[in-house]
Design a protein around this ligand. Structure first.
Ligand code: IVH
Length: 715
């Protein structure tokens, strides 16, 4: 909605009060569409224009300011300390179950209790109408919001459940928290009414993308990061200066009301829908089931995809739906009997370090890892954990024989968190990084100030296997059919001494190997052959030069056009390329300075691999700007486009993908809406992918993204 059209919705009026009120209505409506319905109708800029117009009127006419005006949401003056708030209804906790069995036991308890309260006949009748509501258990900070006559007058923390802190000024700044309910005009569901005194309970949390952005900023500005989204949310809510809270991307999800009857509903499900209807965001993953087994099936499926959500959740809550049954069941001092939190078993366990060994990666990096006495953590058996680098081990003083605390977070590789010093055997010796490569026996080096240790032998067989794997990967030379096992055999058999040897493979090299029939052999040879014609940037990625990922490779290919020209470039020429700093430049120069690497470049050329992009024109000439840059910015192929990243991409990190999108003029946004142009989905993509499909937004993979941004890079 361009600003010229605004008068169509917000009638121009000479009366500032009427005009302000009309603007407020529009702002609330768009806020609701964005934060509650997740279906924005206008752009952020248009929203900002409406907001600014209201601010201007209120600044010029302070008498028209109302206590529920949305402009209050940017944060008022700082306070000295938080006042105390007595909760009229205690904020209870939840009972936990760590298995489906545990939830069934709870279900049986519910039935038994109803029988006790009501007598068997009535209980049987009620049991027949029993239904369960499931809601994700968002891991944030519990808050109680009070609306008097529809206006937000108080926000409080849980505190000890009885006495919390007054965080009203901060809660007002949270996007998606309506300052007035109903937040939008229009009819409410049948029978629903907003009571004059309404207390709503919910969880304030940081979406993971917002948390990541916050950490990036904290690292750049303060040189530190927040440990986890929960603590960061709690810290953000406890700021004495509300403008700081306003700058944090906090969100709210509501899950209950101490006196739900007051809204005119008879079930928890209707309550959640009523809350949403009056403008209080609920969780879109909530469901209702009449059968506990169906509920459990949904709970298990939801728990399994929990790691792909954009928020932390520590389980899923099951609640008895009918309010009269909730009342009949009642509460104990700690929790209501009508609800249970279903969580996955603990993700931490202790076990013993059996050995510490070192792997050699593609770049020759030596990565220590622990072999552990097998231990079950959250349903899987863990027997290995990465130890990252020498410092990680020495800082924690992890020794063979130690009992250690191991944590598994979602799908991530298990981590050794700490040693239990009391359980250390007296003969356990401190661990040191070996001074020779455990695979080839050549010396290793570690640059002062850096964490990683490297094998110095470029011909180290382990490095070679890893390098070939990297070379053939999808974002690089994209050669299908060369699995790790086959590559390792080639290296052991002496068939390949570097990646250029791949191009000398003949069918006879594959014949007689397990699983290699004629067709498959032909496919592999054809795949190797086809890879000769990849663009230069793909070859550069495949070479595995340190710090040269897809973004830098594209920039270098765009600026130099050929492997030869790149080999001849000095650090000055390299740092002149946008996105190439001194560290990358030094790494490129160092790579080409190694005779073995120069020989590899020649051998690749001799093997017929494309080492120069045809029809290449220097970027500077193309852009006419003379900066030799790789960024296309506003004029790029993605100019004005909004993209959402979800899941793990095969070769690019999230940062790389975002950098490439931005360099092509696109914008990376956190959530999918009808305005999203593309969703870039990788492995384990979750709700964003589902949403894109539901909204008909184009979904592409990494290759698709490379195709899109690639059109902006001269080849
Ligand atoms: S119901 C009276 N529902 O979990 C019932 N709690 O461990 C008590 N939480 O303090 C709360 N999501 O902060 C409920 N869908 C949900 C929830 C939820 C998160 C938090 C809440 C509570 C804590 C208990």
């Amino acid at each position: 909605m361009p600003s010229d059209d605004r008068s169509a919705v917000v009638p121009s009026s000479d009366d500032p009060s009427a005009r302000a009120e009309a603007l407020r209505r529009e702002i609330r409506r768009h806020s609701h569409l964005y934060y509650v319905r997740d279906a924005p109708e206008i752009s952020d800029a248009e929203y900002d224009a409406l907001f600014k117009a209201l601010q201007d009127i209120e600044a010029a006419h302070p008498d028209v300011v109302t206590p529920d005006t949305p402009t209050l949401a940017i944060g008022g003056p700082p306070v000295d300390a938080f006042g105390k708030v007595q909760h009229p209804h205690p904020m209870l906790s939840l009972d936990n179950a760590f298995s489906a069995e545990g939830v069934r036991t709870w279900g049986e308890r519910v039935l038994r209790r109803l029988a006790e309260v009501d007598g068997d006949a009535a209980a049987a009748a009620r049991a027949a109408s029993l239904a369960y509501v499931l809601e994700p258990k968002v891991d944030g900070v519990a808050v109680a919001l009070r609306y008097r006559d529809g206006v937000l007058v108080q926000g409080a923390t849980r505190g000890d459940g009885t006495l919390g802190e007054d965080i009203t000024a901060n809660v007002r700044t949270i996007r998606g928290v309506p300052l007035r309910v109903p937040a939008v005009d229009g009819p409410l569901p049948d029978g629903v009414a907003v009571p004059p005194d309404l207390e709503v309970r919910g969880e304030v949390y940081l979406p993971l993308d917002g948390f990541a952005a916050m950490n990036e900023r904290a690292l750049a500005v303060e040189g530190r990061t927040y440990a986890n989204p929960r603590n960061a949310a709690a810290g953000s809510l406890r700021q004495l200066d509300p403008t700081i809270t306003a700058s944090r991307p906090l969100r709210l999800i509501t899950y209950g009301v101490p006196d739900p009857h007051a809204l005119g509903v008879a079930s928890h499900w209707d309550l959640l829908n009523a809350l949403e209807a009056i403008g209080l965001p609920g969780n879109p993953d909530r469901r209702r089931f009449a059968d506990l087994d169906d509920a459990l099936a949904y709970a298990d499926a939801w728990l399994a995809r929990r790691a792909s959500l954009n928020y932390l959740a520590d389980g899923i809550v099951l609640k008895v739906d009918a309010l009269d049954l909730q009342d009949a069941l009642g509460s104990v001092s700690h929790h209501p009997r009508w609800a249970i939190a279903y969580k996955t078993a603990s993700e931490e366990a202790t076990t013993v370090v059996v050995a510490i060994n070192v792997n050699v990666g593609r770049t020759g990096k030596l990565v220590p890892h622990a072999t552990l006495a097998p231990v079950g953590i959250g349903g899987v058996t863990v027997s290995q954990a990465t130890l990252h680098n020498e410092d990680y081990v020495t800082e924690r003083d992890i020794r063979v024989g130690d009992t250690v605390l191991v944590k598994r977070a979602g799908e991530v590789i298990p981590q050794v968190i700490k040693v239990v010093p009391e359980l250390r055997p007296s003969d356990a010796l401190p661990w040191h990084m070996p001074d020779r490569c455990p695979v080839c026996g050549e010396p290793v080096t570690r640059t002062p100030g850096e964490a990683d240790t490297y094998c110095t032998n470029a011909a180290c067989p382990e490095q070679l296997v890893r390098h070939v794997e990297h070379f053939v990967a999808r974002g690089a030379m994209d050669i299908d059919g060369l699995g790790e096992k086959l590559v390792a055999q080639f290296v052991t058999d002496g068939l390949i001494a570097d990646v250029a040897d791949l191009y000398n493979l003949v069918p006879a090299d594959l014949e007689g190997r397990e699983g290699f029939a004629e067709k498959r052999i032909a496919n592999v040879i054809a795949a190797v052959d086809a890879s000769r014609h990849r663009p230069l940037r793909r070859l550069l990625i495949g070479l595995g030069i340190r710090h040269v990922g897809s973004t830098v490779a594209a920039a270098l290919a765009g600026a130099f056009g050929s492997l030869d020209a790149l080999a001849g470039a000095d650090e000055t020429a390299l740092t002149a390329v946008d996105g190439v700093g001194p560290e990358i430049a030094a790494s490129v120069v160092a790579w080409f300075a190694v005779p073995r690497n120069r020989a590899l470049a020649q051998r690749l050329t001799a093997a017929g691999v494309r080492v120069a992009d045809p029809d290449w024109t220097p970027r500077a000439a193309v852009e006419g700007g003379g900066d030799g840059g790789a960024a296309n910015g506003a004029a790029g192929p993605l100019a004005g486009k909004k993209l959402v990243l979800t899941g793990t991409l095969p070769t690019m990190t999230r940062e790389e993908a975002a950098a490439r999108i931005e360099a092509a003029g696109g914008k990376v946004v956190g959530s999918v809406s009808a305005k999203t142009d593309y969703v870039v989905a990788g492995e384990a993509a979750g709700s964003k992918l589902a949403k894109a499909q539901a909204l008909g937004v184009a979904v592409i993979d990494e290759a698709g993204l490379i195709d899109l941004v690639g059109t902006g890079i001269p080849m």
